[in-house]
Design a protein. Structure first.
Lengths: 202, 340
């Protein structure tokens, strides 16, 4: 079965849309193939995902899994593809049925136990998601939610583990979008510790 | 005196160079400049936060930069570390100081080529890193503050200590900073050692809040001035109009450049200087005698006018008066002493 998810890849400080396609075909020799110019961190993601799936209580498919990161000519650097690939595998193998894949983009790095790790460029990704038509929100690690929530026209869904992300996409778990607290953050963080009054004689 | 120069620099977003013996407070001064710059607007904050976010530099309890960044890279920094680079381009220190302050302490100790790569970003407010596969543009609109000692040992002209540097040594030290880079620094000041009497005093100096208020007055005047100027030339010829001013630099600017239209006095093109820095008779004579008799270079001439405009703005004055010009000339005196 084929699953398609939206995610983003960071190039410099800009986030570019990337589509993750995962095809799980039973009755073929078991093998995981990852294509779409993955660099080292992305290539290794299949190993992390394998253990994260098992340690979160899901079934690791013993089938042929083909993962394609499109556009194929754009080099993919970061570990932020872990979560979309993982959800794609679960959807492709029939363990997750969701209608939300077109409406929510996904980014996130996974630990072996299935917890989320922070990603780089969450703010740029949220900005790119807000520009992309059809997207209502972006699912991302809880650590990054506050920085991304600054973007107004997009729902930022914070998840802290693979199980939570699966719950959200399956519609079993309702996660409130992280509220943007720009004014409050400005209030709290805009004080300087130094002052020119410390100066004598200049 | 040094604080006043800092206020002027902050008001017009002028780059500034401080010369002084060790321990005179150059670093302390630079560190406090963000406190007198206008508060970050939310769009500026997002632009800067994006860079930190992309580099994974944001703290979890500080998901948004609400303060202007202050970066002071060590002088051993590489080209790529300063302007950005790598096979997959990542932003460097100048982008991390976007909308903030980049402080380069011990300027002559920096690698010469490292300093030269600063020239494009100082002009454009952006830096473009080209690689075989792609080219990436990062924002890098910062205020440069540089500091150096007056000689290799640090104590030239210091009444308290003897300097035993030879003239060729001093010349070599100073020659490490190229003319084109100096060209982009409007204000040069001397930060002398502080006498004990003033150190022991208990009264506090002017606070950042007061200084920022003055800066805001000047910034408001600049905003009004350049808004009206942009309004007038915002026909399709904006870019070509800039280029037609005959200034090569503006012709080289990319269209998306942050400086396509000036926002601060420091960014005024030669044409805008002619328009906004009109001098009356006494001012004109004063500047003329400064150029002729004190040997101010042609390069210094435009800088004096830009700085004088900012000083007049700080005074909330429409016209540039003689005392504005004379203060501005003062900020070029080191130019004459140290780089003849």
């Amino acid at each position: 079965m084929l699953a398609k998810l939206n995610t983003f890849s960071l190039l410099g400080i800009d986030a570019l849309p990337v589509e993750v396609e995962v095809d799980v075909s039973p009755r073929a020799s078991p093998k995981t193939i990852l294509v779409g110019l993955p660099e080292a961190a992305v290539k290794e993601s299949t190993h992390r995902i394998e253990r994260a799936i098992a340690n979160s209580g899901f079934q690791r498919p013993q089938d042929r899994v083909v993962i394609n990161l499109a556009p194929a000519e754009l080099p993919k650097q970061a570990a932020s593809f872990d979560l979309p690939i993982c959800l794609g595998i679960l959807a492709g193998s029939g363990q997750l049925i969701s209608e939300l894949f077109d409406r929510y983009a996904v980014v996130g790095e996974l630990s072996l136990e299935g917890k989320m790790r922070s990603v780089k460029g969450a703010l740029s990704m949220a900005m790119a998601a807000a520009k992309q038509e059809g997207l209502r929100g972006i699912v991302m690690p809880a650590q990054n939610a506050a920085e991304a929530a600054v973007v107004e026209d997009i729902e930022v869904i914070a998840v802290s583990s693979l199980s939570q992300a699966v719950g959200f996409f399956a519609g079993e778990l309702d996660i409130e979008p992280t509220p943007g607290r720009v004014a409050e953050l400005f209030d709290r963080l805009s004080k300087y510790d130094e002052d020119f009054a410390d100066f004598r004689g200049q | 005196m040094a604080k006043r120069a800092m206020t002027v620099a902050a008001a017009g977003n002028h780059n500034i160079l401080m010369v002084g013996p060790p321990g005179s407070g150059k670093t302390m001064l630079a560190k406090r400049v963000p406190t007198v710059l206008p508060p970050l607007t939310s769009s500026e904050s997002i632009e800067t936060t994006r860079i930190y976010s992309a580099m994974g530099r944001l703290e979890e309890n500080e998901p948004l930069l609400a303060k202007r960044p202050y970066r002071s890279p060590h002088h051993t920094i590489s080209n790529a570390g300063l302007v950005g680079g790598g096979s997959v381009p990542t932003p460097g220190e100048i982008s991390l100081s976007h909308h903030g302050v980049l402080f380069l302490d011990e300027l002559p100790e920096f690698n010469r080529t490292t300093l030269e790569v600063l020239r494009q970003p100082l002009e454009d407010g952006t830096v473009t890193i080209s690689r075989a596969l792609n080219s990436t543009t990062f924002p890098a609109d910062f205020m440069l503050i540089a500091a150096l000692n007056p000689c290799p040992c640090g104590y030239r002209n210091d009444p308290r200590r003897e300097c035993n540097c030879s003239v060729p040594q001093i010349e070599r030290y100073m020659a490490k900073i190229s003319g084109p880079l100096l060209d982009r620094i409007d204000i040069h000041i001397e930060v002398p050692a502080v006498p004990f009497k003033e150190l022991s005093g208990s009264e506090l100096g002017t606070s950042s809040t007061d200084m920022r208020e003055q800066v805001m007055v000047a910034r408001k005047r600049q905003a009004a001035r350049f808004a009206s100027s942009v309004g007038r030339v915002s026909n399709p010829s904006t870019e070509s109009g800039e280029a037609a001013s005959g200034e090569l630099d503006s012709a080289l600017r990319t269209p998306q450049s942050a400086l396509a239209s000036a926002r601060y006095n420091a960014q005024m093109s030669t044409r805008q200087i002619c328009e906004f820095c009109k001098l009356n008779e006494p001012c004109f004579n004063m500047l003329k005698s400064a150029v002729n008799e004190m040997g101010l270079s042609a390069r210094a001439h435009d800088k004096v006018l830009r700085t004088a405009r900012t000083i007049a703005d700080l005074d909330d004055s429409d016209t540039i008066e003689t005392h504005h010009i004379s203060e501005a000339i003062n900020y070029r005196m080191l130019d004459r002493q140290m780089w003849t």
